[in-house]
Design a protein around this ligand. Structure first.
Ligand code: ZN
Length: 229
């Protein structure tokens, strides 16, 4: 016997079906895992960038409180990319050395659940202008094919001044911003030239973000750093 036969007041009506449908829609909205993508993908081969080239420096901001969330979202300060992208970064590092600089990585592969955390913490405005990636689509960082980086001075090891800070949300972050200091713009343009020569494309709103060609061929991943060797 169904429960509502014994207790007629429990019997679901059309209004209740509407409520159930709304609850289901909310559940779908509260996505619990990475989006299911159709098609065939390459076998992921994430490598730790500093294993390939120990002279590349790291400043993994999301493993510290020095980021837009003001709290760590990574348990470990490590940077990974798909092998071909990591090899390209290593070549780019060799090229900037000739100019007296080194590469300093802010972020590489980012597990999908971290993209979800960014989205859940963002304001409606930040979501609307895509300051954070929509977890329904995932981020190119989730595929291990995007890198956030800057230049550092080889002599001092310090970050080179750029037209804006990392993750700064302003027009100064645009790679074609023409204001500010000429030296900072020159450093930004050098980083872009060297990265483009190795198959990366700069993101139109962030001088520090580069996507590796062929990023679509890799799946969205949600493996935490602790599980990567
Ligand atoms: Zn990025």
């Amino acid at each position: 016997m169904k429960l509502w036969m014994a207790y007629p007041f429990l019997r679901p009506g059309w209004r209740d079906f509407g409520l159930i449908a709304s609850a289901a829609a909310i559940l779908v909205g509260c996505q619990r895992g990475p989006p299911k993508e159709r098609g065939t993908f390459r076998q992921p081969d994430l490598v730790e960038i500093t294993n390939l080239d120990p002279t590349i420096r790291l400043d993994i901001r999301y493993a510290t409180s020095n980021n837009f969330l003001h709290r760590p979202v990574y348990a470990q300060a490590r940077a990974f990319l798909q092998r071909s992208a990591a090899e390209a970064i290593s070549r780019a590092n060799q090229k900037v050395k000739a100019e007296g600089f080194g590469l300093m990585i802010f972020d590489g592969y980012r597990p999908w659940s971290v993209t979800k955390t960014f989205w859940d913490s963002a304001s409606a405005y930040e979501r609307a202008i895509e300051f954070v990636a929509n977890p329904k689509k995932g981020s190119r960082h989730n595929r291990g094919c995007a890198v956030d980086l800057t230049l550092c001075d080889l002599k001092t090891g310090r970050e080179v001044a750029m037209p804006s800070d990392y993750d700064e949300f302003s027009e100064r972050a645009f790679p074609d911003y023409q204001g500010g200091n000429a030296e900072a713009r020159a450093a930004r343009d050098l980083l872009r030239r060297i990265m483009e020569a190795e198959g990366f494309t700069v993101y139109k709103a962030e001088w520090w973000h580069f996507d590796f060609s062929g990023w679509k061929e890799y799946p969205i991943l949600d493996v935490p750093f602790e599980r990567l060797r």
